[in-house]
Write a protein that binds this ligand. Structure first.
Ligand SMILES: Nc1ncnc2c1ncn2[C@@H]1O[C@H](COP(=O)(O)OP(=O)(O)OP(=O)(O)O)[C@@H](O)[C@H]1O
Ligand SMILES: [Mg+2]
Length: 467
């Protein structure tokens, strides 16, 4: 699995002196986000911003360097790569908004990924009239590929001729007015279209023709093979202050402990921040009490679809092992082999050795999506199985029993209370507070519950973190 860092080193440096100049002018960038649902050609904007209404203005937070880089590309190619929801489409929208000239678009979709020349069809539709200026053979090749004239007139597409024709057409347009070709969701554009565009893009020679693409890097490659070898800009997580800013711009930003959990779990992913704030904000849809193993917030449906997408393709044994390590990242012993396909798919890595060995998920939301991809009963069973295998580790065992509990249970509450006192002895006061609070929740008898709550409060005061 390619990490953002790898992507950066693979790509050539972007920007330059014009980049540096632009950076100073970009403290906060306003982008008008037009509706994505409009199917009108040349009107595709980020799908996550499909408001179905009229254009609205959003403010980009952070990303000064990246904004400068995309705005700095006036001739040539740049592929913006990143996790789902990292903000690729947002940066492309920024470039389109600021572009002084013509903008053409190609947006990949899963359903059209295998339709030959579907991408080219989108790109060419608004400029079919301009194609009339091409020499006859080039024009036929282009129009034939996209079905604008019958295949009987052209025969099977000649790839070289197609690339030449596309280059000729785009260069011709660029001479009339600076041209920006936006290719979003590159990973879903059909190969034929990508090959033709790559052919043309490799031959851009200083003319005002820029190709800006956005591609998910979940597959481990910066771009599909048919569109490889171009400079890339890897979008990492938002930095901490931008993440806080984005959270605070949401209609009902979460507060208190939830805020920390949202920030933690989103790990700088803008879509996750927006989505989790919507679900867990002060006006959020999710109830407060849905606490799970180590407080993994259930992802919203949209996040779930994004992050659990790769799971179905994995073998049953791998999915089972994934559930167990999602419930407990340290539970890797005896599961390395079963986890190998998930590791190969880039969902996680196994790090460390001995006591320190654990599963590290590529993103906290992948862990959370895996955990919540099965029903509650299956999650409880996973915790019971883990508890059964942890006889020599009473603290972890107690927590797994607590996660598996279906209601108050004195035995588990007592085990957690003991765990709290061991934590206190080791100086783990916060852990002691958490264990006592959970013990109180699981106490069947009111006086035990009260006693444990008082103990938790006393502990919290001692640590200077009263709730
Ligand atoms: N820098 C940013 N400032 C403010 N909001 C942002 C920023 N980056 C992304 N967003 C918001 O986060 C959400 C996801 O962004 P975007 O759609 O651009 O991600 P993406 O990388 O294109 O995702 P996908 O891989 O699913 O296409 C959107 O709601 C967008 O408005
Ligand atoms: Mg996008």
């Amino acid at each position: 699995m390619g990490t953002s860092g790898k992507m950066m080193s693979r790509g050539r440096p972007v920007g330059g002196s014009s980049t540096t100049r632009l950076m100073s002018t970009l403290p906060s960038v306003m982008v008008s986000m037009r509706p994505a649902c409009s199917r009108a050609p040349g009107r595709r904007y980020p799908s996550h911003d499909c408001t179905g209404g009229y254009s609205r203005v959003m403010t980009i937070v952070g990303r000064e360097r990246e904004s400068a880089a995309v705005l700095g590309v006036t001739s040539g190619v740049l592929i913006v790569t990143g996790e789902p929801g990292a903000g690729k489409s947002t940066l492309l929208a920024l470039a389109a908004d600021r572009h002084q000239g013509r903008v053409l678009r190609m947006t990949g979709s899963e359903s059209e990924a295998n339709l030959p020349f579907a991408g080219l069809h989108q790109l060419l539709r608004p400029i079919l009239d301009d194609a009339a200026r091409l020499p006859a053979r080039q024009r036929s090749a282009l129009l034939g590929a996209i079905g604008a004239i019958g295949a009987e007139d052209t025969g099977p597409p000649d790839r070289l001729l197609l690339g030449v024709a596309l280059l000729a057409l785009l260069s011709d347009l660029a001479q009339r007015s600076p041209l920006l070709v936006l290719v979003d969701d590159l990973h879903w554009i059909d190969t034929g279209s990508l090959e033709a565009l790559a052919f043309a893009a490799r031959r851009i020679d200083g003319e005002p023709l820029a190709v800006l693409a956005g591609a998910r890097d979940t597959t481990g490659a910066a771009a599909p093979a048919a569109f490889s070898g171009f400079p890339t800009l890897a979008l990492g997580p938002l930095d901490a202050s931008a993440a806080v800013q984005l959270l605070d711009r949401q209609p009902y930003p979460p507060t208190g402990g939830r805020r920390m959990r949202v920030l933690d779990q989103a790990a700088g992913n803008p879509l996750a921040l927006v989505e989790l704030a919507r679900a867990y904000g002060t006006d959020g849809a999710y109830p407060a009490g849905d606490s799970t193993a180590e407080d993994l917030l259930p992802p919203t449906d949209r996040l779930m679809r994004l992050y659990a997408a790769d799971l179905d393709a994995l073998p049953e044994a791998t999915r089972r092992a994934l559930l167990l390590v999602a419930a407990d990242e340290r539970a890797v012993a005896g599961r390395i082999e079963a986890l190998a396909p998930a590791e190969a798919a880039g969902l996680l890595r196994i790090t460390g050795g001995g006591e320190a060995r654990r599963a590290r998920f590529r993103h906290p939301l992948i862990r959370s999506a895996i955990y919540h991809s099965v029903p509650l009963a299956a999650r409880r069973q996973a915790h019971r199985d883990l508890a059964a295998s942890l006889t020599g580790e009473p603290d972890r065992r107690a927590w797994h029993l607590a996660a598996a509990a279906e209601g108050p249970d004195e035995e588990i509450a007592a085990a957690l209370e003991e765990s709290a006192s061991r934590a206190r002895t080791r100086g783990g006061y916060t852990a002691a507070v958490t264990a006592l609070e959970r013990a109180a929740e699981l106490s069947p008898a009111p006086h035990d519950r009260a006693r444990r709550l008082v103990a938790a409060a006393r502990e919290a005061v001692a640590t200077g973190q009263p709730h």
